[in-house]
Design a protein around this ligand. Structure first.
Ligand SMILES: NC(=O)c1ccc[n+]([C@@H]2O[C@H](COP(=O)([O-])OP(=O)(O)OC[C@H]3O[C@@H](n4cnc5c(N)ncnc54)[C@H](OP(=O)(O)O)[C@@H]3O)[C@@H](O)[C@H]2O)c1
Length: 281
């Protein structure tokens, strides 16, 4: 049995069908009683990954556990060992943790201390583990969907700073491999897209796909901070803005890990746009 947290999110929505196709017993965790869009054959369990007591019965009898910390859980919450110990007591033998590239490139960053604590707890727990460290997601462009629909305008900071954003579907494909194949235990994968692409260029790609002009308005760092505070824990915002505005060479480089695991190159931003175009219409 594989238990998947974050099942309704950007990665989880693609990961669930990939695991369902491989057969086996898959459980999707959501705080909602009846989330939409789960594939046939996947069971749903209502629980909160931020509350280890609520996860106890869900994890009971699981072999593998995909652990993703949604929303504010990246910034604060229960100690990592409350959840990891619950998983081990329930019988989990393999944990795949969704972390962040920042823990490779800026190992002291205060913004990502909590994810580092989870990494340390997973590494020390004795189960097989794989750690996924993605860079920025292509799906962060969903934040532009409403202003594009309403005003045909993108508002974003650091318009000309290019980063190799990664498609959450590629993260999901690597997670599916790590959860259901041998050979990934003890590995830490850095996951990026195939090319560095700036926010202004991303807006152009959406504009071309829509066949309509889109204006680009560059936000100041303070304006971006205020916007991100609506959906990101305060602890994480400054570290994220540091990467977006002043990336290190290692954060602009292309990792080979997606291709090494999947045997194909990572998908470009244009493919993510093509799959998600209705959100911008
Ligand atoms: N976005 C990036 O550029 C980026 C880069 C590197 C790493 N990451 C990491 O990626 C993860 C986010 O991945 P994602 O975009 O797939 O996630 P997401 O879509 O934002 O959230 C995944 C799911 O987590 C659940 N969730 C949200 N807030 C929660 C909370 N406070 N307590 C419990 N559950 C909560 C929600 O499910 P229900 O409502 O169904 O419960 C949500 O669908 C984070 O750990 C982040 O650090 C992101």
């Amino acid at each position: 049995m594989i238990v998947v947290t974050g099942a309704t999110g950007n990665i989880g929505r693609t990961l669930m069908p990939l695991l369902a196709e491989r057969g086996g017993d898959v459980v999707a965790v959501s705080r909602r009683p009846q989330p939409d869009g789960l594939p046939v054959g996947v069971r749903q369990a209502q629980a909160d990954v931020g509350n280890s007591a609520s996860m106890r019965s869900v994890l009971n009898g699981a072999d593998s556990f995909f652990l993703l910390l949604g929303g504010e859980l990246n910034g604060h919450g229960e100690s990592p060992n409350a959840l990891i110990d619950t998983a081990l007591e329930a019988g989990v033998k393999r944990i795949v943790l969704l972390s962040s590239q920042i823990n490779s490139t800026r190992p002291e960053a205060p913004s990502h201390a909590r994810l580092r604590d989870f990494e340390a707890a997973v590494r020390a727990c004795g189960a097989d583990y794989t750690i996924l460290r993605p860079g920025g997601f292509s799906s962060n462009a969903f934040a532009w969907a409403e202003p594009i629909r309403a005003k045909r305008t993108v508002f974003a900071p650091f318009g000309d700073v290019a980063l190799p954003v990664v498609d959450p579907a590629d993260i999901a494909a690597v997670a599916a491999a790590a959860l259901s194949e041998e050979g990934h235990a003890g590995r830490t994968y850095e996951l990026t897209g195939p090319e560095a692409i700036s926010p202004r260029r991303q807006a152009d790609v959406i504009s071309q796909a829509l066949g309509e002009d889109i204006a680009f308005v560059e936000l100041s760092r303070d304006q971006a901070h205020a916007h991100m505070a609506q959906f990101m824990p305060e602890e994480v915002i400054d570290g994220t803005l540091d990467v977006l505005g002043l990336p290190l060479p290692t954060e602009q480089a292309i990792s080979t890990d997606v291709e090494d695991v999947l045997g194909r190159p990572p998908r470009p931003f244009s493919e993510w746009v093509a799959r998600n175009l209705p959100a911008f219409r």
